[in-house]
Design a protein around this ligand. Structure first.
Ligand SMILES: [Zn+2]
Length: 298
């Protein structure tokens, strides 16, 4: 009797694209349930729709929400791009891309313009997206009211009643303590003038790109079992005060050490040799494209 333990790679390595797994890993009933949750989320922008989050071959907290949304919506003709901190080469991004490739046979890409579906963890690509593209966010903490209210029942009620006074008090206290609104990621926004929504772990830099964007934005939180959406051309307004307006991160006259770009969101690192701070584009696909363009020009 052969008692060899199959590895995940071996299970996926069959002759069919899905290697014995259902198309896009999840069963059809699950995918249909997720698509129903997405439709409801699109119909009520910014509202968190509960869904039956499934087990996946990656741990909760590693992007299972975004991955379930992606698996439920991809189909023939799609091309997937996955980014983590703006980079396509991250371990998490590479593994998610490989899982979709192997269970669907769909092509993947690192080029922003070539993708129909982009799954992201921390960034909105620098290159403007088109109406035919869908941006899927991996969401760790979907509830923007959690910082002011630990009870799930109470936050649901606050959303239902549109009672966001505690968030405003929180922002006011922030200004009193820090002299400005100091929230770095997950900045709270008002969606479609109705629901306060968390902007996940994207930096403030990307928040203006969400407002009246021509493309569909889907948010999946696997551990918290929530899906929400911002349909195309929907208003996404950061909560702020007239005298303390929302601001994106200021990089001054910083330029990318690789491609020389200036008006982008930067990653910071320290040069081992000189101990100096080095700034490079956080969006690696953007950086590569800029470099290619310069080579052609030379
Ligand atoms: Zn660059």
């Amino acid at each position: 009797m052969d008692t060899e333990t199959p590895t995940f790679d071996a299970l996926l390595a069959g002759s069919a694209p899905s290697g014995g797994y259902n198309y896009a890993f999840l069963d059809e009933v699950t995918k249909r349930a997720i698509r129903r949750a997405i439709l409801k989320a699109v119909a009520v922008p910014g509202y968190q729709v509960p869904f039956g989050s499934r087990e996946l071959p990656i741990a909760r907290g590693w992007g299972t929400g975004g991955l379930q949304v992606t698996l439920a919506i991809v189909g023939p003709g799609d091309r997937l791009k996955v980014i983590d901190q703006g980079a396509d080469a991250g371990v998490n991004a590479s593994n998610i891309r490989r899982l979709v490739e192997r269970t669907t046979g769909l092509p993947t890409t690192t080029e922003t313009a070539a993708a129909t579906v982009i799954q992201t963890r921390h960034r909105v690509p620098e290159e403007p997206l088109r109406p035919d593209q869908i941006l899927v966010y991996q969401v760790p903490l979907p509830e923007p009211l959690r910082i002011v209210e630990p009870s799930e029942a109470k936050t649901r009620r606050m959303h239902a009643e549109g009672d966001y006074s505690k968030v405003w008090v929180h922002l006011y206290e922030d200004v009193v303590r820090q002299g400005e609104i100091s929230i770095a990621t997950g900045y709270p926004v008002m969606v479609n003038g109705r629901h306060v929504m968390s902007t996940t772990p994207v930096p403030r830099w990307d928040v203006p790109k969400m407002d009246r964007a021509p493309f569909l934005q889907l948010f999946g939180a696997g551990r918290e079992k929530r899906i929400y959406a911002v349909p195309p051309h929907t208003s996404v307004v950061p909560l702020d005060f007239e005298d303390y307006p929302f601001r994106v991160e200021a990089f001054g006259d910083t330029a990318c050490a690789r491609c020389g770009a200036t008006d982008v969101y930067f990653d910071q690192s320290v040069d081992d040799a000189t101990s100096r701070r080095v700034y490079t584009c956080s969006d690696t696909a953007w950086c590569d494209r800029e470099l290619d363009a310069q080579e052609v020009a030379w």
